[in-house]
Design a protein around this ligand. Structure first.
Ligand code: 10D
Ligand code: SF4
Length: 336
């Protein structure tokens, strides 16, 4: 019996996906809240969770961020930051009416999709926006051209889509969708509207694509895949689906290591581990420690791509940070 345990333990391993965790847009948005708190002091109001992660939101709350769902919950004259998922133009208007100072932490890759929507609406295209109904990003993008945009929530929605002119239709998408499912939706749309125009570049962002690529490679070899991420995080949820489709016998989403159920490990030799784009790596480290305490200590990296992209901070912060730096330089010059 002792021998058998040793043999089983010896073959236990963890496959750790790379890339995983923070993307450039999330990193920028989280730093933006921290910098704003340093620069202006608490509270800083943030409209919607800055990113869809429980731990990030709780940590920033402790530092003085106040998360609200609507702009009218922010007191007049206060500072409000818009989340990385983006907002509709009407939200900017509401903030101006409420005399709020705004900092826009929308990811530049979400803004890119907003601009595509504006451009195709100007050319009077019907825009088929592939995305999940009710998701914050979809609400923001749809708000750029509500009269021109129809939401298509997966291949099963295609049958009911209607357009004014089938030769003037373009598809755009949410940035965090499953690449494979989106291609299925696009194929179904193309079968219905052969003249369908594709976006000038991928709307599903590099981070979403790379994390799915890594989990696909890992999923094929794993008995169980643990994805660290929150329930409301679209890209994290997609990683669970992709892992299962890639062949993982089982896959689960957890916010924290203590949510892992011991029973999931029954008969499991290989555990894949990854995390969504809104997840700090400390949470993955805790999962690895949890696994190592149960003899899954041998960790192999499954690397699907290199990432080096970074974004500069929101322009409102850069401007003020520069002004502050200039004032400091002037102060120290006067002191001399
Ligand atoms: O739900 P989600 O995947 O869109 O958002 P999350 O905050 O988890 O990840 C970052 C993605 C953003 C901000 C949308 F591009
Ligand atoms: Fe930007 Fe992609 Fe990250 Fe969304 S997942 S914040 S689009 S980089």
């Amino acid at each position: 019996m002792g021998d058998m345990t040793a043999a089983t333990t010896g073959s236990r391993r963890v496959l750790l996906a790379a890339p995983r965790g923070y993307c450039a847009g999330v990193d920028r948005a989280v730093i933006a809240v921290e910098k704003a708190l340093e620069q202006y002091g608490a509270p800083i109001y943030v409209r919607h969770e800055i990113v869809h992660n429980k731990y990030v939101v709780q940590t920033l709350e402790r530092k003085g961020a106040i998360f609200v769902e609507r702009t009218d919950e922010v007191p007049e004259g206060a500072i409000v930051m818009f989340s990385a998922h983006g907002v509709a133009p009407t939200v900017h208007e509401e903030a101006a009416r409420g005399r709020l100072a705004t900092i826009d932490a929308t990811c530049p890759l979400v803004t890119k999709v907003h601009k595509e929507a504006v451009r195709y609406a100007k050319e009077d295209f019907d825009i088929l926006l592939i995305g999940h109904e009710g998701h914050e990003e979809v609400i923001g993008t749809s708000g750029e051209a509500p009269d021109h945009i129809t939401l298509v929530d997966g291949p099963e929605d295609v049958a009911k889509v209607e357009v004014r002119d089938p030769d003037k239709v373009v598809w755009l998408s949410q940035t965090t969708l499953s690449v494979d499912e989106t291609m299925e939706t696009v194929d179904a749309l193309k079968a219905k509207f052969p003249g369908l125009v594709s976006p000038p570049s991928d709307d599903i962002c590099y981070a979403t694509q790379n994390r799915q690529l890594a989990v696909k490679q890992m999923g094929a070899e794993s008995d169980l895949v643990i994805v660290v991420g929150s329930r409301n995080s679209s890209n994290s949820k997609r990683l669970v689906e992709v892992a299962k489709l890639a062949g993982a016998a089982d896959a689960h989403l957890v916010d924290f290591a203590d949510e892992i159920d011991e029973a999931w490990l029954d008969g499991v030799t290989t555990v894949g581990v990854t995390s969504g784009a809104s997840v700090p790596d400390v949470l993955v480290e805790e999962v690895l420690e949890w696994l190592s305490r149960r003899d899954y200590a041998d960790v192999e990296i499954v690397k699907a791509a290199e990432e080096s992209i970074t974004f500069s901070l929101p322009k409102e912060l850069r401007r003020d940070l520069r002004a502050e730096a200039a004032a400091l330089v002037q102060d120290s010059a006067t002191e001399k």
